[in-house]
Ligand binder design. Structure first.
Ligand SMILES: [Mn+2]
Length: 319
């Protein structure tokens, strides 16, 4: 990691245009990572710009938003492109073409399914979050401050559910402790990221629970685009549904499918035992052993039927 950091320091501090970007429908780990990286890059004299989709207002407390690019996209000529929290290049969505245009590319991530798609791949599959990986990189060449600490803490808390998931290691906890030393309001960050909900999030959650079903030890639910819209919600308001139904006693795997576009569905999987990364990979997706996702060409019902079939096959194998 230290050698990597030396290379990164050399490249970043000498390049003119560093573009930092992340996956579509960005979560707390994606948002925390891009802004922590942007603030760190600026600190060493680089000129970073951030390409990120609109995200939930619950993350508005994260600093560094002055680096978000709001110029004409046609004028953007990246020298260096850093993709963070993306298991594959196409997760960059609308920003993928800028990755292809860059002279030097970096892929910073923690998904075990990562396809090592960049020239420089810093993928730590045992890390709790991309923010944990970002911390390991930037601590070697940049002076961290309270704002960077807030961004990193947000990502770790998002992906570990407040240091709860077993992706949390001793190192994760130690990084948490280091970040707390900057005087961040860690309690309020956990509240904002994990517990506070907007009315539209509750409405869409209620709808998801209306559609909820159990099949043996699998819990599942789905939402159509119309249902999401009727609740006044958008796709960034759907976090937490798939985790919530996994917590039902006796359930081993949970599935949430929503309609993302015309004949396009998004599948989210969580598990207590089975390897859902493997199941997601059948559909061209991936993630982690206990948390994974995939896009599916087809409507919600077809996506749901296909994924339930695949899960049953996998669970049968385990018995
Ligand atoms: Mn992540």
């Amino acid at each position: 990691m230290e050698t990597f950091s030396t290379d990164i320091y050399e490249i970043w501090s000498q390049s003119k245009n560093i573009v930092i970007s992340t996956h579509s429908n960005p979560d707390g780990d994606a948002i925390g990572s891009v802004f922590a990286l942007a603030m760190a890059a600026a600190e060493i004299g680089a000129k970073p710009v951030v390409l990120i989709e609109k995200y939930s207002e619950k993350f508005d407390f994260i600093k560094g938003t002055e680096y978000v690019y709001n110029g004409n996209l046609d004028d953007l000529k990246p020298d260096v492109f850093i993709a963070v929290d993306c298991g594959s290049k196409n997760r960059l969505g609308v920003f993928e073409s800028f990755f292809d245009k860059a002279n030097v590319t970096f892929n910073i991530d923690h998904h075990i399914s990562n396809e090592n798609f960049a020239q420089n791949n810093i993928v730590l599959g045992n890390s709790s979050s991309s923010c944990e990986v970002v911390f390991e990189i930037i601590k070697n060449f940049c002076t961290l401050d309270k704002f960077i600490a807030e961004a990193l803490y947000t990502g770790i808390v998002t992906d570990t559910f407040g240091f709860k998931y077993n992706s949390t290691s001793k190192n994760t906890m130690e990084i948490g402790a280091r970040l707390i030393e900057f005087g961040i309001d860690f309690s309020s960050i956990q509240d904002k990221v994990l517990y506070e909900h907007t009315t539209k999030e509750v409405e869409v959650f209620k709808k998801a629970l209306d559609n909820f079903k159990i099949d043996d030890n699998i819990a599942y639910t789905c939402l159509t685009a119309d249902e999401i819209r009727e609740c006044g919600a958008s796709n960034s308001d759907l976090d937490g549904i798939v985790e919530y139904i996994l917590n039902i006693k006796g359930i081993d795997v949970s599935v949430f499918v929503y309609e993302k576009g015309d004949n396009l569905s998004k599948i989210s999987l969580r598990s207590k035992k089975a390897d859902v990364n493997k199941i997601a990979s059948v559909f061209g997706g991936g993630g982690h052993i206990f948390a994974a996702g995939a896009s599916f060409n087809g409507n919600v019902q077809t996506a749901l039927d296909s994924v339930l079939d695949e899960i049953k096959k996998e669970l049968d194998k385990d018995e």
